[in-house]
Design a protein around this ligand. Structure first.
Ligand code: UT7
Length: 337
């Protein structure tokens, strides 16, 4: 059952800066129709996705993460040496170990940071936000860099039309600091949940200790994403609706107080279902999945940066972030921007 992580005794954290990075290479729906039996019409109508970005062979997840981090740090006005915590949320790490966060630390020369990864799939960026909130609130650190970064193109079976049309590469980052201006600013409430009974419906089954890739099973592509789309869809709608309700309740907010909802960017039909539940107008749902597809842990981080830089969210706005992913995992946060 879901674990509630909002602790009223925690002081709040504020987002001091955001940044994002997507690779240059664009893969359109028409491009995909040349390699699997699909069409632009099917992908648009079922998901809302029009194109996605694909990293080059030379780019690892940490490279995408590093670019996003530099942009967030520049906006926040913090130096690499001021960062004392780096959390990378990813399911496509550079290597099983060391953590992708350690590669980012090296790239940034952030020598004072403690670094680790979080594996919570599409909910990872919000899990990272909650973890950083605890660290900052307890004065374990002052300046945290949280990043959602994925090179999902390296884990996709490009012969499976059920999955290969959905995913893309990219990274988003945020610099978090203690909110000192007033009690209203920063993260107002947070909520996380997991359900380990549904590990099978969205999984990369091979390549780990449970099922190492061998010469005998290599042909089965077990080290690529496998998903029961309809099942995941059903859980996603229910879990994200509930997560929105919980963070609003805990922050003492009503849906009409919300200026913008930034949902996980997997499927516009799922986003529409959440919008109906919240009863907010379409312009209050931030959507960019048409450009990037589902970038898992990076999706909300990229959307947050785009919403911020485009002026779609302004200082003082109350916003809700909500995510859902493999595990199953889900999470939400209410923030006074
Ligand atoms: O980020 C983590 C969370 N992930 C999600 O939230 C994803 C949740 N799931 C979804 O978004 C949707 O379930 C999908 C977009 C993955 C699929 O949409 P759907 O409406 O559930 O379609 P479906 O899986 O029921 O497939 C409908 C039909 C099937 O054909 P038949 O059996 O009806 O003849 C599929 O074989 O569409 C077929 N199909 C495709 N056709 C053209 C599946 N993929 C494709 C494709 N192009 N790419």
């Amino acid at each position: 059952m879901p674990k509630i992580t909002n602790n009223p005794n925690l002081c709040s954290i504020r987002v001091a800066g955001t940044g994002s990075y997507v690779p240059d290479k664009v893969l359109t729906n028409d491009d995909l129709a040349k390699i699997v039996d699909t069409s632009d019409e099917w992908i648009r109508s079922r998901t809302g996705i029009q194109e996605r970005r694909i990293a080059s062979d030379a780019q690892a997840t940490s490279d995408l993460a590093t670019e996003a981090a530099k942009r967030a740090m520049e906006q926040a006005g913090v130096t690499a040496e001021e960062i004392d915590l780096i959390i990378v949320a990813t399911i496509s790490p550079d290597t099983f170990f060391p953590s992708t966060a350690c590669y980012v630390q090296r790239n940034l020369a952030a020598k004072n940071a403690v670094c680790f990864d979080i594996s919570a799939a599409c909910s990872g960026f919000l899990y990272a936000m909650s973890v950083a909130r605890q660290f900052i609130s307890t004065h374990t650190c002052d300046t945290a860099l949280i990043i959602g970064a994925e090179k999902l193109s390296s884990m996709v079976n490009w012969e499976d039309r059920n999955t290969c049309v959905l995913f893309g590469d990219g990274a988003g980052a945020a610099v978090l600091k203690r909110a000192e201006l007033d009690g209203e600013q920063g993260v107002l409430s947070a909520y996380m949940g997991s359900d380990g009974n549904q590990t099978d419906i969205l999984v990369v089954p091979g390549g780990g200790s449970a099922c190492p890739i061998t010469p005998d099973n290599a042909e089965q592509r077990l080290n690529t994403i496998s998903m029961q789309g309809k099942e995941v869809y059903r859980y996603a709608v229910t879990a994200m609706r509930r997560a929105c309700d919980r963070v609003l309740q805990r922050a003492n907010l009503k849906p009409e107080d919300i200026s913008m909802v930034i949902p996980h960017q997997a499927n516009f039909r799922i986003i529409e279902a959440i919008r109906e539940r919240l009863d907010v107008p379409p312009e209050k749902m931030f959507i960019n999945l048409q450009k990037y597809g589902n970038t898992s842990a990076a999706a909300i981080a990229i959307a947050l940066d785009e919403a911020h830089r485009s002026g779609a969210i302004q200082r003082g706005d109350k916003i809700v972030l909500v995510a859902f992913g493999a595990g199953l995992t889900w999470a939400a946060a209410a923030i006074c921007w």
